[in-house]
Design a protein around this ligand. Structure first.
Ligand code: FAD
Length: 498
């Protein structure tokens, strides 16, 4: 019988995924979440008829979510309707210069050709390579625990690494093929999701272009939280128990085994733990001697950005605005430098506006709009209400000037979210939003290890370990960690090479 007592720390996508797979193996799984809402960075809040998803809004790689539900004899369609957005998204390059990205690949090729002659053929070749990288990642890389280089030393992966130049610079690859600044911005934007400057991102990640531009941008009706709810339902069907408002403050160790956790001051005995809260925080729950990494290690890491977010409820319909709009009307390089190098509030920020009520009438009252602004920001810098408000005015003015109408007097709900909130709500290092940047020296075996090298029955999971940030990788991370913990609990130690 596999009836071991397992505690999952945190209820983000990785925690929910790990919980479901471990419970399916027959374990007694309990999820402990410090906040009063499950879902981690994908929580939601509701006020005055508005329902705000607090985190993810781009549903990419739908087959990862589908594979999760298939593993439990279900399907996404049994839980919510998935809508392909058309246009996929919009980019504002300057005032009165908006480009709508079609959700049909042939239309996308026409758009490329209209911007740069001959670029549709280049795009074809780019996408063929990107698809190969995507397929290789799924076949040979993404589900690997990243414990040893040996995992990646098979013939296909080595051949692809050479032929497709998986580890060259992403930016160089894009700039070699596309000359027009608009096409470069469009091709570089998906790696923004990976939270790194395109010049520091390995070209392997053009798989994101394939995922976003070719496979399509989707939206789960009811809001992104529909995915959280669906995963909670799967967990409950498997027998998982959830504890909200339950903060874990300590992991106790005896004989190099995690033996119990401290939850809201009470001691709970465990046979195994999956730490799905931010990695560095889970480490802090251990005595120093049991931690994989020191504070210095984290300080040297390149974190993906934090964000300044404003959730807004509007009491009128807004014209001239669609579901996803990226304001790329300022210098991307400069903003990226302010995030990663000089680490300061940006001079001229680029930002993103999401308006899910354009697709989904359930997220706002009738004749209202639900929208949020997101501005990427360096981690660990000063965060005050004055700064937030200063940027709110800037972003609102730019949005209003694009819309050609005022919305200021129609804002009936306004909530800001920034570095301090990420730190307080998620114990996020430096208030990061998306974990670690996917730079070359932070990919695969170079990511923080998914296992604890001294405590066999403690496995980490989530966006700070393999395979990386984003909803699909977090779901996969939960699956990998569940598999490793099952092996350990069955006394089949995995190969450990840290
Ligand atoms: C604003 C924003 C926008 C994003 N947009 C997208 C997008 O469009 N598409 C996409 O694919 N990805 C997006 N992401 C990234 C994606 O949301 C994350 O990669 C993913 O949700 C991370 O899941 P996780 O399980 O690793 O961690 P989390 O979701 O952070 O879950 C960890 C949980 O642990 C809990 N916890 C922390 N400490 C303790 C403790 N001591 N005791 C108990 N519980 C604790 C936290 O409260 C949290 O609930 C976005 C993220 C943010 C923040």
């Amino acid at each position: 019988m596999n009836n071991k007592k397992i505690a999952i720390i945190g209820s983000g996508f990785s925690g929910l995924s790990a919980a479901a797979y471990l419970a399916k193996e027959g374990h007694d799984v309990q999820v402990f979440e410090k906040n009063d809402c499950l879902g981690g960075r994908a929580r939601k809040f509701e006020v005055d008829g508005f329902s705000f998803d607090m985190g993810p809004s781009w549903y990419w790689m739908p087959e990862v979510m589908e594979a999760f539900f298939n593993d439990f004899g279900s399907s996404v369609n049994n839980h919510f309707e998935l809508k392909k957005l058309s246009p996929a998204f919009n980019i504002i390059f300057k005032e009165n210069d908006k480009v709508s990205i079609p959700n049909d690949y042939n239309e996308l090729k026409k758009l490329f050709e209209s911007i740069e002659k001959g670029s549709s053929n280049v795009l074809d070749k780019f996408m063929k390579d990107a698809q190969k990288k995507y397929d290789i990642s799924f076949a040979n890389l993404i589900e690997k625990p990243g414990l040893s280089i040996k995992e990646y030393l098979d013939y296909e992966t080595i051949k692809s690494a050479i032929n497709l130049s998986l580890f060259g610079s992403y930016q160089k690859m894009v700039h070699k093929q596309f000359k027009h600044p608009k096409l470069r911005a469009l091709m570089e934007f998906p790696v923004l999701f990976l939270g790194a400057k395109p010049e520091n991102t390995p070209s392997l990640y053009s798989l994101m272009n394939y995922a976003g531009l070719k496979l399509g941008t989707y939206y789960p009706m009811g809001g992104f939280y529909s995915l959280v709810e669906a995963m909670i339902n799967i967990c409950k069907q498997q027998g998982v128990t959830f504890h909200k408002n339950s903060t874990i403050s300590k992991i106790n160790v005896s004989n190099n085994q995690a033996s119990s956790i401290q939850v809201n001051g009470d001691l709970v005995k465990v046979d195994g733990i999956v730490g799905s809260a931010d990695y560095n925080h889970v480490e802090k729950l251990l005595e120093k001697e049991y931690r994989n990494y020191s504070e210095k290690y984290w300080e040297k890491k390149t974190f993906a950005p934090s964000s300044l977010i404003f959730y807004l409820g509007i009491n009128k319909k807004i014209k001239n605005l669609e579901h996803h709009t990226l304001f790329f009307d300022t210098d991307f390089e400069q903003h990226a430098t302010e995030i990663y190098d000089t680490k300061k509030w940006p001079e001229k920020p680029l930002f993103y506006v999401c308006t899910p009520s354009k697709t989904d009438p359930t997220v706002a009252p009738r004749n209202g709009e639900n929208l949020f602004f997101l501005m990427p920001l360096a981690t660990g810098i000063e965060d005050t209400n004055e700064l937030r408000e200063k940027y709110f005015s800037t972003l609102l003015n730019r949005l209003e000037s694009h819309l050609g109408e005022k919305i200021t007097d129609h804002i009936v709900v306004k909530k800001s979210y920034c570095i301090k909130d990420f730190e307080k709500d998620y114990n996020a290092f430096g208030g990061n939003a998306y974990g670690l940047a996917n730079t070359l020296d932070q990919t695969a075996i170079f990511k923080p290890k998914i296992i604890n090298k001294k405590i066999k029955n403690l496995i980490y999971t989530g966006q700070l370990t393999v395979p990386g940030p984003g909803v699909p990788p977090s779901i996969i991370s939960g699956k990998i960690s569940a598999k490793l913990l099952c092996q350990t609990l069955k006394q089949q130690p995995h190969e450990i090479t840290i």
